[in-house]
Write a protein that binds this ligand. Structure first.
Ligand code: PNS
Length: 161
């Protein structure tokens, strides 16, 4: 299929763990852009479940069916990584209105730092609108069923932790 937007986009995030909501955004963005790099922030202040390299491997396993998608880790400022890799856009998923506040602040900060790099918001499928990585971690920690939230490979890796 001819892509609607030529060029490379980044889909940045923590992805700890990578959920069906993330996968949904990757699939949507991969249909729009020539190529998409899922970019895992290494310097997140959040407590880690998986190391960045473990997340990279899991995301590669879950996106292997998408030939124009690859996964990288990055350290430092996202916009510096975007400029260095020649990306024209940053893709972020929006699940619900409560995401707006944080996402707008992030997008405006990134625009101030790099006016040429656009942030594009994609709406998740409504089935995934209530998934967040932190809630998935919490449910799993208490022994709850997360099979409808994460791909099977991620579930198996979480069970091994
Ligand atoms: O999945 P998350 O945790 O909401 O993703 C946030 C992320 C990783 C995209 C953001 O924290 C980020 O870009 N971190 C790298 C440092 C940076 O460039 N921060 C933005 C300027 S405030």
């Amino acid at each position: 299929m001819e892509k609607q937007i030529k060029g490379l986009a980044l889909y940045p995030g923590s992805f700890d763990p990578f959920t069906f909501g993330h996968l949904d955004i990757v699939e949507r963005a991969s249909r729009i852009f020539d190529s998409l790099v899922v970019t895992i922030a290494q310097n997140s202040s959040k407590t880690e479940l998986f190391t960045p390299d473990e997340r990279k491997k899991l995301i590669e396993d879950c996106t292997g069916h998408l030939p124009n998608v690859r996964t990288e880790t990055f350290d430092g400022l996202l916009v510096d990584y975007a400029k260095a890799s020649g990306a024209c856009a940053l893709v972020r998923g929006l699940r619900q209105v409560s995401d707006f506040d944080y996402e707008f602040r992030l997008a405006f900060a990134n625009r101030r730092l790099a006016p040429d790099v656009e942030t594009l918001f994609l709406m998740t499928n409504e089935h995934h609108a209530l998934i967040s990585a932190s809630i998935v971690r919490e449910i799993h920690r208490h022994g709850g069923d997360i099979t409808s939230f994460v791909p099977e490979k991620v579930l198996r890796a979480m069970n091994r932790k």
